[in-house]
Design a protein around this ligand. Structure first.
Ligand SMILES: [Zn+2]
Length: 87
C-alpha cells in the first residue's frame, strides 16, 4: 500500500493544532504586554518601562515550541520594580 500524497498523519496534525493554539496565545501575550507598557508602572506611575522578558515555564509545550517565546515583562525605570502583564 502506498502513501497518498497530501495526507497528514495524526501526529503531524496534532503538532499543527498545538502550534496554532500557541500562536494565538502568544498573540494574547503581545497584546497584554503592549497594554501593560502603555499603562506604565502600577506602583510609581512611571511611564518608562524597559523590556525585561523572562523564560516561560514550558510545561505541556511540545518540544518544537519550547524556548521560542519568552514571557513578556518590563522593569520600571523609576522604581526598578517589575511590571508584568496581567492575565
Ligand atoms: Zn515604577
Amino acid at each position: 500500500m502506498s502513501h497518498i500524497s497530501g495526507q497528514v498523519s495524526s501526529g503531524s496534525l496534532t503538532l499543527l493544532v498545538f502550534a496554532k493554539v500557541w500562536e494565538v496565545l502568544f498573540q494574547f501575550d503581545e497584546f497584554l504586554a503592549e497594554d501593560t507598557r502603555l499603562k506604565g508602572c502600577s506602583r510609581c506611575g512611571g511611564k518608562n518601562l524597559h523590556c525585561s522578558n523572562y523564560a516561560r515555564a514550558d510545561w505541556g509545550l511540545p518540544r518544537a515550541l519550547r524556548g521560542l517565546h519568552p514571557r513578556p515583562g518590563f522593569s520600571c525605570d523609576g522604581c526598578g520594580k517589575r511590571a508584568r502583564p496581567a492575565y
